[in-house]
Design a protein around this ligand. Structure first.
Ligand SMILES: Cc1ncc(COP(=O)(O)O)c(C=O)c1O
Length: 389
């Protein structure tokens, strides 16, 4: 063999051992054992019957979890951010106006994305540990009559849940489309796409679904579909719902190739949906509420305060907890990992230095895990007390 001179030599890739922590941050969350198994199923071609059946099963399951009878329901290749890009860039064109309901970190992301697409952005704001009233939203809708309103249902940066009842009616009154982020709320918290008149919604598989990140369910109402079919702007090819809905056979007559979907992620999402269907949505919502309420009680017994003052604003998947004066949030989270092998997170964006973020979702939404985390928080409070004084 003639000698080939490589300009870059092969690196040594070391397999490092690590003890998997219990994932109790705001995501990702631990995966169902059945989902781990599903991830090892064979890779299949994107143009064969087996693949088409999996897509059909996933669409049926997603209609259930979104509670929608609309047809434009599918899953995108990409994490939650991909869902955010897709609902924004398919429904709002350059020069059109997006009203962003600004509370925590995720609406900042939506604003950043919208600006990159040349969309006019306006905001309405609440303090980060509160939620929007219908009155506030109506005032803004009446004043600006925007093309769309973007709002986050569950916010993992603040631990708030936005009441969405009535928001859809308001949006319809002012000719506005309603776009909702349910990345950290769906399956853990009640959500009714059709009843609440939501026009576009996205979620992710790595939170209360207890699956891996990388495939993001989205759904569009018939009003949204009408906009998609009549818009004059072109969204990015990879995220174009007009094309993706053909690949996903949303209207029953198309089996076409758009891009190669990841088979392991499709199998995993299908299995996540099977887990939810087996448990049923009402039981899943009740389990998340019971676990988080139990955890909140334990936290209160430690004389800790929750970041979100009103109980009705508290998210039942991610809890935000305020430490006594003198404790360092980053150091606290690090100690929890080192001593107890439990991963929790400090704040993000505006909540840095103000709160811990603790996720009890999906497979980890159990009284047993809640108690283990509460015990570890109690131990960490004692261990770090000296350094905090
Ligand atoms: C509410 C919310 N929206 C969007 C995202 C972004 O999702 P991803 O990291 O999967 O892209 C997250 C991630 O934590 C989130 O919590």
């Amino acid at each position: 063999m003639t000698e080939i001179k490589l300009t870059v030599q092969a690196p040594t890739l070391v397999n490092r051992d690590f003890v998997k922590p219990t994932l109790c941050g705001p995501g990702p969350c631990d995966v169902w054992p059945s989902v781990n198994e599903a991830l090892t199923k064979p890779v299949i071609s994107p143009i064969c019957d087996e693949h088409f059946y999996v897509l059909d099963d996933i669409r049926a399951g997603l209609k259930y979890v979104f509670q929608t009878n609309c047809d434009t329901v599918l899953a995108l290749s990409g994490s939650g951010h991909g869902g955010m890009e897709t609902v924004i860039n398919n429904l709002v064109g350059p020069g059109e106006t997006l009203l962003v309901a600004k509370g925590g970190f995720w609406c900042e992301r939506a604003l950043e994305m919208a600006k990159r697409y040349g969309i006019n952005t306006i905001t309405t704001t609440v303090p980060m540990n509160e939620t929007f009233s219908l009155q506030q939203l109506e005032n803004e809708l009446r004043k600006h009559r925007p093309t769309a309103l973007f709002i986050v249902h569950g916010d993992s940066s603040t631990g708030t849940v936005q009441n969405l009842k009535g928001v859809g009616e308001l949006c319809q009154r002012y000719g506005t489309l309603l776009l909702v982020d349910t990345v950290v709320s769906l399956v853990g918290v009640p959500f009714f796409m059709d009843d609440w008149k939501i026009d576009a919604v996205y979620t992710s598989t790595q939170k209360a679904f207890s699956g891996p990140a990388g495939i993001s369910p989205v759904a569009f109402s018939d009003r949204a579909l009408n906009k998609i079919n009549n818009r004059t702007h072109q969204p990015p090819f990879y995220f174009d719902v007009k094309l993706l809905s053909q690949q996903w056979n949303c209207y029953g007559s198309t089996r076409v190739y758009h891009h190669t979907l990841s088979s392991p992620l499709l199998w995993a999402l299908r299995q996540c949906l099977q887990e939810v269907i087996k448990e049923t949505l009402p039981r899943s919502w009740a389990r998340h509420a019971a676990t988080t309420k139990h955890f909140l009680k334990r936290v209160e017994q430690l004389s800790l305060k929750t970041f979100v003052p009103k109980p009705e604003d508290r998210l039942m998947t991610v809890t935000t907890v305020v430490l006594p004066k003198g404790y360092d949030y980053l150091q606290f989270s690090k100690y929890m990992r080192e001593k107890y092998n439990i991963l929790i997170f400090p704040g993000i964006g505006q909540t840095v230095g103000k709160t811990l973020r603790i996720g009890l979702m999906g497979v980890n939404s159990t009284i047993q895990v809640a108690d283990a985390v509460a015990d570890a928080v109690a131990g960490t409070l004692i261990a770090l007390k000296k350094s905090s004084l």
